[in-house]
Design a protein around this ligand. Sequence first.
Ligand code: NAP
Length: 325
Amino acid sequence: MFDALILRQQDGSTTAQVETLSTDQLPQEDVLLAIDYSSINYKDALAITGQGKIIREFPFVPGIDLAGRVLESANPAFQPGDKVLLTGWGVGERHWGGLAQRARVKADWLLPLPAGLDSRQAMILGTAGLTAALCVMALEQHGLTPDSGPMLVTGASGGVGSIAITLLHAAGYEVAAVSGRQSSHDYLHQLGADQIVTRATMQQPSKPLESQRWAGVIDTTGGNILARALAETRYGGCIAACGLAADHRLETTVMPFILRAVTLQGIDSVYSSKEERKKAWNRLAKTIPSKLLDSIANEIPLTNAADTAHKLLQGKLRGRTIVRL
Ligand SMILES: NC(=O)c1ccc[n+]([C@@H]2O[C@H](COP(=O)([O-])OP(=O)(O)OC[C@H]3O[C@@H](n4cnc5c(N)ncnc54)[C@H](OP(=O)(O)O)[C@@H]3O)[C@@H](O)[C@H]2O)c1
């Protein structure tokens, strides 16, 4: 028997409660895992609170991230005792996820735990870390280097934003952080932000082209903030757009594209290739010291996951929240 956070539908709204299940209630997949840690991402918060149409079939176990040990495997690629992590592939959205002490998953979705990380550290990074690393890699593949100029990171106090700042700072970039919280300024400077831009400034409607400020941008917010970031990006610059914390819409003009050769690069972590994931995880494992990881982590038990999901959407959390199973 094991504990799991179970989402159900009641009168059109989503309920979330910890329940005890047996392993034969898990979906039929080839690897049975004991989960050590999961985490609460923005998408998990939308799923748990029912504020986003993430989950279509109930009852459901949410959790897009997990790290743990193999208990049984019908696939020769994994043996009992192997330490593994899983992010994305629709787990926690269409397949039962990581907010449980046990999961059955496809071997294809698993990665061995990267050298240098334990399962707690892997979950401090989680989907947010993977996404931040994919964004940085995309900007570098575009040709940007620390000599290109300053980088802007939006939604800076959040999971993706916090880790993006640490990765950029470690690689020698000058970093500007966009935050709506005065109380986060010290935290953001400690992560490596050189300057803070207020969210209110970035939310101002922009002209099609503004003064050129940023060589590159990692945007987790969408909406007006992304529109202004586009208008402020320097000639030949690149924006890695991965989120919608402010708005899923984007009202802009073609001017940054046709007059400044700006690139808007979409980033998806859920179905990114295994090769890209391995590169991203290696970079995360090598770059971020364990002390810094601890400084961005809040750890909670499973029983607090539902409350925490509400707090995340209210903008009351900062950094990464991991769930101890
Ligand atoms: N494409 C992908 O594969 C992928 C993967 C992971 C996440 N995402 C997306 O990336 C976004 C961030 O994810 P996360 O896990 O980092 O979330 P998070 O931890 O909740 O961080 C979001 C941050 O955005 C800022 N923010 C919140 N509400 C805002 C608003 N209304 N307007 C402007 N800024 C706002 C806040 O930072 P401040 O208080 O500092 O302003 C907040 O901490 C989400 O939209 C998520 O869905 C996408």
